[in-house]
Design a protein around this ligand. Sequence first.
Ligand code: F6R
Length: 612
Amino acid sequence: MCGIVGYVGKSEGVETLLEALSRLEYRGYDSAGVAVLNNKGLDVRKRAGKLQGLIDDLRRHPLHGTLSIGHTRWATHGEPSELNAHPHTDCTGQLAVVHNGIIENYSELKDQLLAKGHRFRSQTDTEVIVHLIEELAKHQPLERAFISALKQLRGSYALCLLSSAEPQRLFGARHGSPLIVGIGKAEAFFASDVPAILGRASSVIYLNDGDVVDLTSSGPRVMDLSGKRLRRSPKEIHWDLAAARKEGCAHFMLKEIHEQPLAIAQTLANRLSVAKHSISFDRRTQSFLNKISQQERLIIIACGTAYHAGLVGEYMLEEVAHLPVDVDLASEFRYRGPLLDARTTVVAITQSGETADTLAGIRMAKEQGASVLAICNVMGSSIAREADAVLYTHAGPEIAVASTKAYTAQLTALALISLYLAHKRQRLLGTRFRQMIEGLSALPKLIEKTLASEAEIKMVAAKYVKCRNFYFLGRRYNYPSALEGALKLKEICPLIHAEGYAAGEMKHGPISLIRMGWPVVFLAPQASVYDKIISNIEEVRARKGECIVIASEGNNTIARYAESLITIPKTEEFFSPIVAAIPLQLFAYHIAQANQCDIDQPPNLAKSVTVE
Ligand code: F6R
């Protein structure tokens, strides 16, 4: 949510910002703007709607200058409009601010500033920040005024400040919302996320909450809120620029769907040894997992797709490792008053590592004595840094709002952990353990094979392009798959209502809605619950429902139950949600594409949900 960039260097600032902002579009936004310093002072340009509108406008009427800040806004306070778009400026037009987060005490600060004669133009919480700095800078140097203003803010922020009085530097600060510093050749950046600075910065500093930065082209000076200098070591950036480009694909989502064999292989790399039939992790994670193996209880917390991964994790861990697991939506967990203590381990699953509810959940868990393991994709993210141990999924940057490769990488990470703990707890030994290791190592190839049936899946999708209601039903390991299949479809195709259900629950209500033109996608791979699913298919057919069935290849009898059949390679039930995710993603993608939906940036959605 909201993307921030700031640039200090010798290149044209606006060009640099627009490229960086376009790489942050995935975060979700509804307006965009830039501010640049030139010999006329501060020039600001903003537009409601897509970034392309701002780009077109700036091509027609360019703004020149180097020192600059830019922003994509996801509205919280005030409608998405040009007036409410960032950057916001002070009364004199000499200061400009971009902000991600929510200032909770903004109305109280606004009243005080209004009383002092400040004029406000927007309905945003952000505008108070720039007027507050303006007010405080009347009596002290800008850096001190910036820090004094930060001390008065309640809530969360990642901030960037540009002042015409300081033509060589930007100021930035982080408290509860992500902000990084990118360091390039005689240029430096602020950004919300690494993709924005790929190709320009070679190293990155992940700021901590409470960090304040004075940024010049030679790099950052990081300090705390008392002005004390802090050491922050830059980390080399490993992601390459291709990851932030579509590389010939129609959408990032499609590119990322096809990257899954690689993403899964990267999750397994250096952890799984087929030759030795063993699983290992880096020292810290492994000793953490060894501790968990003695633990009495695990609680998995996550949101959205990552929550669905957590539900699969529950089946995996309970079945093979015999560890009791609860799974909670992070937004519920943090408010339901869970009973936690040192015997509990909380496993937070998150692609971005910045999801506000998941972050609040792990903070609460730690305060109550529980230990925290993060399964996370983004290095250096808040959750990765605050957890006691991290298992990185290494899926590479996920740009499309709809999660695909991060999901299957999360499932793969959960499979690794489950098998490791099962072995450690002596629940899975000998031949069976070796078979499971081989099953895990076969996943990238199996996913490649599944992806090869895209044309077949697209043909099936084409039959249902006009339908506006779908059910997705599954059992056991593929109950979460049903939830995920429905989420994928409604998320990228907002014309459609899709619901995922445990197939056994149909009779308890939803079956009343079954009728012609309301297709039901059944997950029916080879599994312990296969016969039960067949009974559920029969029940739907008896009510004239149309069944789209996802089944294991080689199943010669299932075709007679299905209006449409999609086959996936045979695999152990334990691994089946990983394979089944592929046709569900492709089905959603092709329906959305035929309906001309904005697949990579669905309306109202943000990739990184940094407010609760
Ligand atoms: C759906 C999707 C979201 C995220 C959720 C959690 O495709 O992407 O439901 O899964 O917002 O995000 P992370 O994993 O970043 O915590």
